[in-house]
Design a protein around this ligand. Structure first.
Ligand code: ATP
Length: 238
């Protein structure tokens, strides 16, 4: 089986700083794959490169059988790769409904768009209740829901989530994680970047631990959850 996403020996630099130093991994259709690691490990840089926002120094990215090198970012979205960025980046002055509409900017099927907006409201009822309010009035966790809902509006083949649990209360984090599990159950393929290793690995089919630009350990979510070095470094055990 060919993977939906294949990353081979990817290197990315900001000037002289090499942030990603030759990583390789794949995401199969229907899987949740997670990249975990501390601040500055290169996780966000990896997602931004996959989205076409950063140009790699070298390496190969293949998505749905097509090489992504030299494909512009907007074209990558239309190919089915959606990115819910770190820090959410919603439009605070626009309403919740307008933010969701914007996620469908490449689509013309009005009926399908309405159906998917309803799907976002089903997934996150609070968004439906407050659809006419400015998105900036939502709490951090609710804005995270909106960012995820907006990314889903492009009907992605692969949904990339950058630290969806960042800054959230434990209850909100639980809600976001259970929604990711629900999306997986519905067949969505997800690449999840998280600092919360416990939550991410519990959900993931495959996980990769990144440290200063490299993948230092890979395994199934369960394998990594039970790995002694992961437990010590990322799950706060002695
Ligand atoms: P975080 O969780 O903090 O986002 P991360 O694992 O996603 O961490 P990156 O944000 O990808 O890590 O950062 C990787 C490295 O690249 C870090 O050393 C960081 O300081 C550096 N870096 C990130 N963005 C830039 C930039 N715009 N210019 C220069 N260096 C950068």
């Amino acid at each position: 089986m060919t993977a939906l996403l294949e990353v081979e020996d990817l290197k990315v630099a900001y000037g002289k700083i090499q942030a990603v130093k030759g990583i390789s991994f794949t995401v199969e259709e229907g899987q949740v794959v997670t990249l975990i690691g501390t601040n500055g490990a290169g996780k966000t840089t990896t997602l931004r490169t996959l989205s076409g926002l950063l140009k790699p120094l070298s390496g190969k990215i293949t998505f749905a059988g097509t090489p992504l090198n030299a494909v512009p970012a907007h074209k990558i979205v239309s190919m089915g790769l959606a990115h819910s960025p770190e820090g959410r980046r919603i439009f605070p002055r626009l309403t919740i409904a307008e933010n969701l509409q914007l996620g469908a900017f490449l689509r013309k099927d009005t009926a399908g768009i309405q159906k998917d907006i309803q799907r976002a409201y089903d997934l996150f009822p609070i968004l439906g209740e407050r659809r006419k309010q400015a998105a900036g009035t939502l709490s951090g966790g609710e804005q995270q829901m909106l960012a995820m809902g907006r990314a889903l509006m492009s009907q992605p083949k692969l949904l990339m989530l950058d630290e969806p649990s960042m800054g959230l209360s434990p209850i909100m984090m639980q809600k976001i994680m259970s929604t990711i599990a629900e999306l997986k159950a519905q067949g969505t393929t997800i690449l999840l970047v998280e600092q919360n290793a416990q939550a991410a690995l519990s959900l993931a089919d495959q996980g990769h631990v990144m440290e200063i630009g490299s993948i230092v350990l890979s395994g199934t979510g369960q394998e990594l959850l039970h790995d002694e070095s992961v437990r010590k470094a990322y799950l706060g055990e002695d």
